[in-house]
Design a protein around this ligand. Sequence first.
Ligand code: AMP
Ligand code: MG
Length: 409
Amino acid sequence: MPSFLEARELVLSRVPRLPPEDVSALEAVGRVLASDVATPIDFPRFDNSAMDGWALRAADATEPTTLPVVGRVNAGAPGSAPLSPRTAVRIMTGAPIPAGADTVVPLEDAEERAGTLHLSRAPRSGAHLRRRGDDIAAGAVALRAGTVLGAAEVSFLASVARPTVPVHRRPRVAVVSTGDELVEPGAPLGPGKISDSNGYAVAAAVAQAGGVPLRLGIARDEVEALRALLADGLRADMLITTAGVSMGDRDLVRKVLGELGVENVFSSVEVKPGHPTAFGVRGATAVLSLPGNPVSTLMMLEQLVRPALLRMQGYERVLRPLVPAVLDEPLSHRAGRVTFARVKLERRDGVLRARSAGKQETSFLRPLLEADGIALLPPERGDAPAGITVPVQVFRPDDDPGGGSDRTR
Ligand code: AMP
Ligand code: MG
């Protein structure tokens, strides 16, 4: 049975990086560029003024002087007549520099009276001029494959008039909940029935990780029903099932997946919660069979599914940063596996401190709802005493002004 880190590595190494699709520059934000993007045109595209002021020849103003102002060039002007020697034109920021002019004098550095420009000192030749291609010359690679596109990258794409850009495709993720006790959330709950919360949890986590969830519904604990839904799900980039993977005689998911040709990579992981998580592949489809307990499902979505979906979309950094925190109280834990402890966090005297967010039971959701993060209790030792430092995955990083826009659990 793989350790947590081995299992995560197995999943990451077996999922494919999805091929590119062209999307509009606006839709590309947050996605990963699939190939280098070179600049099709010079940027800036033409010599233009960096200031509101006057364009002139520096050679005409090597000492205090006056020049007649013979015209005006606004931003957006198609161009203007070449500048005659010993004249100046009014020019606006972003307006094309007339041929012959080589210098811009800002409004605040000179004075125009009755059509004459009065310069009390010589401007620096070439000042306040943005030269064609100075920022990024045509043909230069400005964005590298693997870049996560943010506002600056989108600005660049818009600047050089690239309407679309190739980014790794979003994974399509089939979601199948299994269990005779499940009903669709919102439908009447008969005796002994519960809502299929896992189906929603999986869909939510997939969407948060950039994937496209396809809820195929609930399969009864019965081979035929399972076979139909799982076969359908295997056409997606990833198939995620919940429940039916422990040792009960109604736990048929792995058996049916095997019959459908899924190669089993592992059938359990040394973690708690989430131990009976299985991973397999068929062709290009990754199959994650998660346990039924909602907290176990949520932990595995965070620990295995999210990194896998990010990797499929080309992200290099697929793991959340780990923040060290000091345990305020002992946490029970068995050596040999990683425990994902739901913890409350508090910063005292500059030190981040963690305590249990409630009962660490896999059937208890409330502690997870109240938690600020997940402490990873390492496999090397059993029960974690108060005072030791443990790595924590923080739901709301201190420096996130959005206050949890990236909160996944
Ligand atoms: P199982 O793995 O089928 O033994 O299920 C373990 C536990 O998870 C049982 O208490 C199930 O009722 C519960 N469970 C299974 N599937 C879901 C689901 N889709 N939503 C909520 N709870 C579930
Ligand atoms: Mg069951």
